[in-house]
Design a protein around this ligand. Sequence first.
Ligand code: PLP
Length: 394
Amino acid sequence: MPKIASRVSQLTGEGALAVFARSKELERAGRSIIHLELGEPDFHPAAQVADALRAAVTNGHDRYVSTRGIPPLCEGIAEYLKRTRKLDVRSEQVIVAPGCKMALALAMMALIEPGDEVLYPDPSFPIYPSFARGLGGVAVPYALLEKTEFQPDIAEIASKITPKTRMLIFNSPNNPTGTVFKDGVLQQIAELAQKHDLWVLADEIYARILFTGEYKSIWSLAGMADRTVIIDGFSKTFAMTGWRLGYAVAQKHIIDAMDLLVLNTFTCTAEFTQIAAVEALQDITGAVPAMVEEYRKRRDLFVGQLNKIPGFRCQSPDGAFYAWVNIEATGRSAEEVQKQLLEDAGVASIAGAAFGAQGKNFVRFSLVSAPHLLEEALKRIESLSMSWHLAAAR
Ligand code: PLP
């Protein structure tokens, strides 16, 4: 029997999907489960977006289209980034893909050679190290620690740069910590990238889900537009996870390379979803700020209450929609806590190791359920915590 290519053995899965499968099994057996495991908004896109999709299909917009994305969407994205992030981007610097993950994969395929070292935050989205390794690269973590509010230590990053380092990845706001990298940190990353001639892959998928201040992209710092690839998309900001729409922004020669990869793989992103995406970018009903306000309320509710439960400790995230919770004081491993939360308390969460070694004593909760469900989850977590204390007192 011929063998599966060795690169596949370098890839890892996503912890959230395994927990989701088990929680569905428990539900089928009649258990009540509150789903705080997946990073999937419980909102749906604005009505105008679905209307635009229906009209596009009715009008026959279901053909092969440009490999880069339809011109109105590439122009719309450039204009949107100017409006919401003050970025000076031209439409030929944009490429559309089916999902941010695909945009991320295209950028990494275009820029990483076998043997290249790729710096990535730990904890973070597990696909960064997985795909870097799949391309024959060496994934090198830099830590985001609780004691420094999950901001990176620039000295640590600098100490890990070698002649083989090709790319530095970061995600701000970060999944799972919710950290927004400070301006000074961005500046220092920019200096390191220029000094050592690195690509910077800035995953800005949560840029709009921000609770304080204005978003600053590393692209806007002097000298950085030439070496930065921005990844963003529609899954989180516009609650369009299943539509599979993402994009990358970079200098034209990088987009040309990614374009050739598109041509050789999926040809193009569906025309009708792209037409609807143009409508989403307009956000004429203000659905995005309303959704962000709702996430802020959920954050305040969940983090505020959770910190009162013995054993659980959580800093308030500045962006995204996750609570990254230290469970060391429960005296249990994160895997045990995840298991008991799900099996005994009916609350689905993810043990932090799914996001990197630094996640060992953490559990991630996605705040993607309505406030009454979050309140119920908090009650269940509190009862579990009480039961541990009672057992210990016996
Ligand atoms: N990047 C980060 C940091 C994410 O958290 C996610 C999804 O959870 C993605 C990328 C993938 O986004 P998409 O669903 O658009 O592929």
